[in-house]
Unconditional design. Structure first.
Ligand code: FES
Length: 110
């Protein structure tokens, strides 16, 4: 029996402004994660959909990065409306939001 239907990891890694890779934290990741957690609670999904902060997921250039398991769908999220679209489409209806997936075969291989 599985504990969660989906498990979402959002990178909140923080680096200095001078770091060449940049970081998800400085691109709004914390706000996106808080919004996601709030919405999961409002929708009554927080017992079956888990959202956690992660460290660097090694996809910094696409960040803020979110990956959803068990499907392993990798997203680059740029706004709160992107978060909403992922909730409504992927999380609630199992439909990948293609326009937001990371377009790199290292992440989304199928
Ligand atoms: S800092 Fe977020 S993926 Fe590396």
């Amino acid at each position: 029996m599985k504990r969660f239907d989906k498990h979402i990891f959002i990178c909140e890694n923080k680096r200095t402004d001078e770091h060449p890779k940049g970081c998800c934290y400085n691109k709004g990741a914390a706000e996106f994660k808080e919004h996601l957690k709030k919405r999961l609670k409002e929708l009554g999904l927080s017992s079956i959909i888990r959202a956690n902060t992660s460290g660097c997921l090694d996809a910094c250039e696409f960040g803020p990065v979110m990956v959803i398991y068990p499907e392993q769908t990798w997203y680059g999220v740029k706004s709160l409306s992107d978060v909403e679209e992922i909730i409504e489409s992927d999380i609630m209806n199992n439909r990948i939001v293609n326009r937001l997936t990371i377009k790199d075969k290292r992440y989304n291989r199928d």
